[in-house]
Design a protein around this ligand. Structure first.
Ligand code: SF4
Ligand code: SF4
Length: 374
């Protein structure tokens, strides 16, 4: 099982699509969902209960999450000293990576660092100076011996040219990423819809860009024998190759991947913190192997793409922050991605048959924080 450990609800960044939207959405009602706004801002349960909880699952993976988890350096170190999960991972904005000693950083199997693309785009979304600081920190942890997987995690919206920005992250001279994942900022807020241009952008820019990226991805397999770790493409292709004929939420949310709030309550995913009707137990008493599973409802449950899509996002499915018409454009991006990868499968299969690439190049640790379906 995978558990996001929410160390704090506070953050040292004020990104447009998170802090800015949260301010705007603050007076939005959550209809019949009761939200606990009084959660402690910092982890307030004893680490011993986390140790005991984790010990009950031999394959427990703990992923530090926030807010910004690196605001809780002491708690990170204490958890890493006192609990024994199979793996540690972290999702961070990267600004404070230089504050955690290499002895700890080097124990992470995977670190996902938020970066939206080149310096101009990243700094526009996340604040001036963010890009240079984060790249400096990533170079530093590499120099200090970090050898785990470093995944560039993009948040994508109308100011992103997906083809250009993913290629830039792969090929730039400052810090070329070998692993990239992205998620669409779509369907998470309510008030953003009126000022968004999602439908036009997704049709004219994002969908053609994604299809072009898939062709580029397979071109690289042909020319260099490499399978670039572009997670949305990797995950879909891996499923097709392994003949997976049913998939649950690809983020693992509410069936293999859960989140532990700052008060120790377990929720289906980090975005659902405080949603009382989704509280699934407390780490002091819950059995990690017997947590309740929650599935997506309509429209996903009746969708012909569910088999490969998995439902995209439980939070979006439950909350329905966007109207059905608006969310339909998100589903069209999913369909486009699935079609674009499916269309290229004959080329991929031929490369595998010819021995120019291997199936193991498509393998990855599932539920590592990459939701696969953006
Ligand atoms: S394509 Fe849309 S409706 Fe269909 S399963 Fe995915 S998110 Fe749900
Ligand atoms: S994709 Fe949705 S359900 Fe899954 S972890 Fe992200 S916010 Fe939660």
């Amino acid at each position: 099982m995978f558990f996001h450990v929410i160390l704090t609800t506070e953050c040292n960044s004020q990104c447009r699509y998170c802090y800015g939207e949260a301010l705007d959405d603050v007076d939005e009602d959550f209809s019949d969902i009761e939200v606990d706004y009084s959660l402690p801002s910092k982890i307030n349960y004893d680490i011993e209960s986390l140790r005991r909880f984790c010990e009950r699952d031999p394959d427990c993976v703990l992923t530090f999450y926030g807010g910004e988890p690196l605001l809780c350096l002491d708690e990170i170190k204490q958890i890493m000293d006192e609990t024994k999960p199979k793996l540690f991972m972290m999702q961070t904005n990267g600004l404070l990576l230089d504050h955690l000693e290499p002895d700890y950083v080097n124990r992470f199997h995977t670190i996902l660092v938020s970066v939206d693309g080149d310096e101009a785009l990243t700094d526009f979304n996340r604040g001036i100076g963010t890009f240079k600081k984060v790249v400096g920190n990533m170079k530093l942890i590499k120099k200090n011996g970090f050898s785990g997987e470093l995944i560039g995690r993009m948040t994508v919206m109308e100011n992103t040219d997906i083809y250009k920005q993913v290629k830039w992250l792969l090929q730039n001279d400052e810090f070329p990423f070998s692993s990239i994942h992205w998620q669409l900022n779509a369907g998470f807020w309510k008030k953003d819809l009126t000022r968004r241009d999602f439908a036009r952008w997704s049709e004219e820019c994002y969908n053609p860009g994604t299809s072009k990226l898939v062709r580029f991805w397979v071109d690289q397999m042909e020319k260099k024998g490499i399978v670039l770790r572009l997670y949305p493409l990797l995950g879909v292709a891996e499923s097709i190759l392994s003949g997976e004929n049913e998939c649950l939420l690809r983020c693992g949310g509410a069936w293999i991947n859960y989140a532990i709030q700052t008060d120790g309550q377990i929720v289906p995913c980090p975005t659902m913190w405080g949603m009382k009707s989704f509280y699934l137990g407390h780490i002091k008493t819950a059995d990690p192997m017997r947590l309740q599973k929650v599935s997506v409802g309509q429209p996903c449950s009746g969708c012909s793409s569910l088999r490969l899509c998995g439902g995209r996002c439980l939070y979006a499915n439950v909350m329905k922050r966007w109207s059905p018409e608006a969310y339909d454009h998100v589903c069209k991006t999913v369909q486009n991605l699935l079609d674009a990868v499916s269309e290229q499968m004959p080329r991929i299969v031929k490369l595998l048959e010819d021995g120019r690439i291997r199936f193991r190049q498509f393998e990855y640790i599932k539920y590592n924080g990459c939701e696969i379906i953006p």
